[in-house]
Design a protein around this ligand. Structure first.
Ligand code: NAP
Length: 303
């Protein structure tokens, strides 16, 4: 039987994975995350606390659970936080992954890992899997270092790179459309860049690809993102329109005016042909993704 260890199950992507994989009877799934408690009822899904930066804890849990696959949904994914807390970001995004690699090697497990478009410099997106990375932020550098550690480790692996992940989750950090909705509902003006272009990705598309890749035993790197490339300004306007909010509160600015702590790659986006042909990915466009998000929020009583 496939035994799956999920790390970071309390995050946006980790929660989707937990919901998709835990109920399936052909797998034994152990969810883990840094916090003691699970966002879902741990009488329904198996859960235990695991901080991936604690090498000894990773080693002993992996030795006792003996997973066939480890899926790493854990990360320090706040780009500005990583820029300011470099040592901690490295510890989570690189040392944590090295701990998983070492533990995976001991039990012969496959490692599935999530990476980002921020490993590219944003000068000539959309990028394919073979394009040369050149991160411009510390977050991007740490994520590229984790990819490289996995690629040279000599263990079976799959890396899914994704972009501006969004969706509803319990107790998660605000993602871009949630931030837009929260501010516009409070009648607050927001400033969004008109020169940062990428393909926002509903978390269901990433979860679909990761589960498919796992089921089909695919290895290597896959690019996963939503179907449409938009600027942050356009994404904010589309969000406001779909949620029936005031688009007049959205101010169009240049990235350089935002004074963001970490530099952002300006033009990314991915070529997703490989994932479409090998995994059967049919990524959502913006309207579809936002419609799913709206329904999720309504379902959670947050409309
Ligand atoms: N969000 C995006 O826009 C985006 C874009 C491209 C790629 N990605 C990548 O996609 C993946 C998933 O991102 P996400 O948006 O789902 O992130 P997220 O919602 O921030 O979730 C990350 C989870 O990792 C957990 N975590 C952090 N440090 C940990 C540690 N030391 N040990 C165990 N768990 C730890 C966090 O736990 P706590 O809840 O305790 O903090 C959090 O629940 C990441 O690899 C990220 O780099 C994200």
């Amino acid at each position: 039987m496939n035994r799956i260890l999920i790390c970071g199950s309390n995050g946006l992507f980790g929660q989707r994975l937990a919901l998709m994989l835990s109920p399936q009877t052909e797998y034994e799934v152990l969810n883990t995350s840094r916090k003691r408690s699970f966002v879902f009822d741990d009488r329904l899904f198996d859960y235990t606390q695991l901080d991936i930066t604690k090498k000894g804890d990773v080693k002993s849990l992996v030795s006792s659970f003996h997973p066939t696959t480890i899926i790493n949904a854990a990360a320090a994914a706040d780009v500005d936080w990583c820029e300011l807390h470099r040592e901690d970001a490295w510890k989570i995004n690189v040392v944590g992954v090295e701990n998983l690699i070492e533990a995976a090697r001991k039990v012969g497990a496959r490692l599935i890992h999530i990476s980002t478009d921020y490993i590219f410099d944003g000068t000539h997106g959309p990028y394919s899997e073979d394009d040369k990375p050149n991160p411009i932020s510390y977050y991007g550098k740490s994520k590229l270092a984790s990819e490289n550690a996995i690629r040279i480790a000599g263990i079976p692996y799959t890396i899914f790179r994704t972009i501006v992940l969004y969706g509803h989750g319990i107790g998660i950090r605000d993602n871009f459309p949630l931030w837009v909705v929260k501010n516009l509902r409070a009648c607050r003006t927001i400033h969004c860049s008109e020169d940062q272009f990428s393909n926002p990705t509903h978390v269901n598309d990433l979860a679909f690809a990761a589960v498919k890749g796992f089921e089909l035993n695919r290895e290597g790197i896959y690019h996963i993102c939503g179907r449409e490339r938009v600027s942050r300004f356009q994404f904010a306007v589309r969000t406001a329109e779909l949620f029936g909010l005031d688009t007049g509160l959205i101010q169009r600015v240049k990235s350089s005016d935002l004074n963001q702590t970490a530099p952002r790659p300006l033009v990314t986006g991915f070529v997703t042909l490989k994932a479409q042909t090998e995994l059967g990915l049919h990524p959502m466009d913006i309207s579809q993704g936002l419609t799913v998000l709206k329904r999720e929020l309504q379902g959670a009583g947050r409309n």
